[in-house]
Design a protein around this ligand. Structure first.
Ligand SMILES: Nc1ncnc2c1ncn2[C@@H]1O[C@H](COP(=O)(O)OP(=O)(O)OP(=O)(O)O)[C@@H](O)[C@H]1O
Length: 193
């Protein structure tokens, strides 16, 4: 199945405020999108709407293919050593090559460290490993480079390029520059309500 994500005429309200409206997006296989804008403009809210975690005020989102979300929440058991915490999800996700993500994200030396002791950048790398292990075609990434050092940033940018070259879709919300393959850059301010 070809991955696809279509958002139609989305408006987003948080509390009593309408943040943006009239937002539409169509992504087919290989698409890379960078949603950018100032703090508070609504980038994270948009990613959560696309992920189906937040209802849009108006509009609809349809997708074909599984979606994987990485945001600031680390969905790993804080009390387990990293290796065990990742293994829990590898089993559920049916991951057949967990070693690949560990190697690509240089997590091998951290397998015995409890998740709660990981540094900010190490936690982000662990979240990205979970994403890779899920092997899903649609990546929804909210500030994926936050906390990563320059080496890890470049490594993850290369992984996104590989994902899109293989037909995957990557939608990145970030206020900072990120190297994406032939990206569609969307200034969310253009849709401000
Ligand atoms: N649950 C909520 N209730 C009310 N307002 C909220 C809620 N969550 C977020 N907001 C507000 O919605 C606005 C957009 O927040 P959002 O996190 O989507 O912005 P952002 O563009 O991702 O910002 P940043 O670049 O700082 O991460 C902010 O003004 C925020 O305070």
């Amino acid at each position: 199945m070809q991955p696809r994500l279509v958002a139609k005429d989305i408006a987003c309200r948080r509390g009593e405020r309408l943040l943006f409206r009239g937002f539409s997006l169509t992504c087919d296989e290989g698409a890379a999108v960078h949603v950018t804008g100032a703090n508070g403009i609504g980038k994270s809210s948009l990613i959560r709407i696309l992920a189906g975690l937040l209802h849009p005020f108006t509009g609809s989102v349809d997708h074909a293919g599984a979606m994987g979300l990485v945001d600031e929440r680390l969905a790993l058991d804080a009390n387990l050593p990293l290796g065990k915490a990742l293994a829990f999800w590898e089993a559920l996700d049916g991951c057949t090559h967990p070693g690949r993500a560990l190697e690509l994200l240089q997590l091998d030396p951290l397998m015995e460290v409890p998740v709660r002791y990981l540094s900010t950048g190490q936690k982000k790398r662990a979240a990205l490993a979970r994403l890779l292990n899920r092997n899903c075609p649609i990546w929804l990434l909210d500030e994926p480079l936050n906390g990563l050092d320059s080496h890890a940033q470049a490594a993850f940018e290369a992984l996104i390029a590989q994902h899109c070259a293989g037909g995957g879709i990557a939608i990145v919300a970030s206020h900072q520059p990120i190297a994406l393959p032939a990206p569609q850059v969307i200034q969310l301010a253009e849709y401000a309500a």
